[in-house]
Each structure stands twice: as C-alpha cells, then as structure tokens.
Design a protein around this ligand. Sequence first.
Ligand code: GAF
Length: 396
Amino acid sequence: MSATDTDAAARAGALLQRIGGSSPLGEWSAPGRVNLIGEHTDYNDGFVLPFAIDRRTHVAVAGRDDGVIRVASTVTRDDVEIPLADLPALFPSRGRVPEWTAYPLGVAWALVAESGVEHRDLRGLDIAIASDVPVGAGLSSSAAIEGATAAALNDVWELGLEPTALARVGRTAENDAVGAPTGIMDQMAAMLGRTDAGIFLDCRSLEATVVDLGFAAAQLDVLVIDTGVKHSHATGGYGERRSSCERGARAMGVSALRDLGVDDIARAADLMDEVTYRRVRHIVTENQRVLDTVRTLRAQGAGAIGDLLLSSHASMRDDFEISIAELDTAVDAAMGAGAIGARMTGGGFGGAAIALVPRVRVASTMDAVAAAFAASGFRAPTMFTVTPSEGARRDA
Ligand code: GAF
C-alpha cells in the first residue's frame, strides 16, 4: 500500500467505527484509472487501453441484523440507510437518493439482479467509504467506488461472481442508478488492473489482455495534470457524443462504429452531416490508434508511443470536440518541456491530461505546465505521477 492508500484505509475504518459498525467483516479497495489511449471507443464496441492507478477507494464493512444497508462517506454527511428489500423500488431511476450514494447502492441493487439471489436473503451491512481518487478529474473515482463496493459485497454475500461480472454490475449502477450513459472501460480497469501493466480490452467481447507498459524500465513517468475543471457524465456532452456515434453507425449500416475501418471513413462523408462525420472519424481512427499503440508497445516499448498519444489528443480536440482550453494548454506545455507524448484522458469537458515524461524531466515539466496555466489566467492545476497498479482486492 502507498502512504495515501494507508490513509484512506484508516479513514474508512475510523468512519465505520464512528457510524457504529459493530461487527466488522473486512476491508476492500479498488483503484481509479488512467486511460492511456482509446477514448469514447468503449460504448462503440471498440478497443481501449487503460491502466489502474495507485490511488484507491477503500470500503470498510460491518454486518447488521436488521436487513438494512447503510452507506457513509468521509467527504459528505449524506449517509443513507435503506432496507435491502426496498432497493428494487429505488432503481432504475435518478435523483431519489443523494447522488454519491447511487454508486454503492446501485451496485448493491445491480448485484442482486446479476446473481439472481433475493434481497431478503442477504445480510444487512454498514459500508464506510474513503478515497484518494480525485473526484471529477477524469480518473474514474466513480468506478473505484463501484469496484470496491462490488468486491466487498461479492465476498460478504458469498455471490461468487467473476471480476468481469462485477465490472458489468458497476456499469449497470452507473447507467441505471446514477444515470450516466457510460461504457464499461472504467469498471473493467478497476477490477482487472495489474502492476506495471495496461488492460487492452475489446469492449465487444470483453476479452481483456494484459499488456506490459514498461514505463519504469524506460525511465518514464506518467504525470497527471488535473485541471480542476469538474465534469459530470450524467449530464450534457457525454450523452450527446454517444448519440452522434449511434447516428453515425446507423447511417453506415453497422451495429456499432467498431465495425468500420479507416478505409470506410471517406465513404462516411457522403452519408451524414459534417459534425457526425467528424465524430465517426474520431472513433474509427482512435480504435486504430489503440491497436497501433499495443503493437508499438510490444515491438518498440513505451518510448515510441508519443506520437500516437498526441494524435489521439488532436482528434479529441478537433473531431470529437471534448477537450477544453486548459487541457490543450496542459498538453502543449508538457510537450514543450520535453514530454514524449501527452493527451487528455477520460470523458473530457474537464478533468485531467496525462503526459509521458522522462523521469529526469518531471519536475521541470510540472514547472512549465504551472507557468503556462498562470500565463493563461487558469486556476493552478494539481499534478502528480501515477503508476500502473492492481485492481480491486480484499485488503483485510
Ligand atoms: C468515461 C466513461 F465512463 C467511460 O466509459 C469512457 O467512455 C470514457 O469516459 C471515455 O473514453 O470515463
């Protein structure tokens, strides 16, 4: 465990005591993620290459005998207590519980559907949550809550579900309890992450392949530049991008944009409006970039993927239009300071960029990014390095 992990684990344990959890059953955790490449391709049945990071969400769980589930978090006083038997009436729907509680309660609700057991047969629980994953930074704090909760409930309720099934449960919670129309990338990364490796995922078959990233051997660090501009996928642009992709697929006569290759792009121009065409072009080229990145990592190592990261950013900025000025500034400043590649990561409209930086240049890159933000009048970004880490697990 890293130092911050230990803190979050201790905070979750202390919160459990404070809310009166009297029969502790254990502690679980799941990580946030950085997506190395493959953005908005997951819900198009395409390819992604995320890795789990060394910042985690911890849950401490105690049993209770009254059939009630209670969720509490260190960052808010909006605890919710609800009989397990009432969960089926609560979801799918939005807005009936404080938004953050829809993540863990949505997981409890979806787990029951996935496993086929009845709520009334399950033990009531107190669940205390603490996290080191920044919220709204595009590092998937939501999948970290879902993954930690799913891993915990799977164990204490003895459901025996596999990690991929738990990832599906997390996505159901996100889509039908929180109301964010996301794909499954973040939940798969949170469940399947591996130390020093990325997860190359085919989002149609859900086949996951572990790919060595070799950052440490190449003396490279991944610097996260969190712009502090918050976003929510439950509202606005994310769903609108997803609808454009579905419209583009229909116009091309395919079930998902995954079924198109770069040779199909020219044909698309005549079959749809110009904006939809650019959305389609991003997805099709981004899928190809994921495949090229995996091939390049295997053949030449991490030092050779910089141009692919940069092309990905340009495509999100110009074709998919999900970048913002702060993210573009972060990418340009990091490249100017000697990063070998950089791009925004996650759903966009805010959040974070990543830069792949030679270890000896991390401090000067951070200085250059901070100076560029100050010169543009942007709020100072938060910057830290991350390492590819393990997925959801039981810690105690
Ligand atoms: C968010 C979503 F949750 C993911 O499913 C994915 O679509 C991503 O944005 C963009 O690649 O993190």
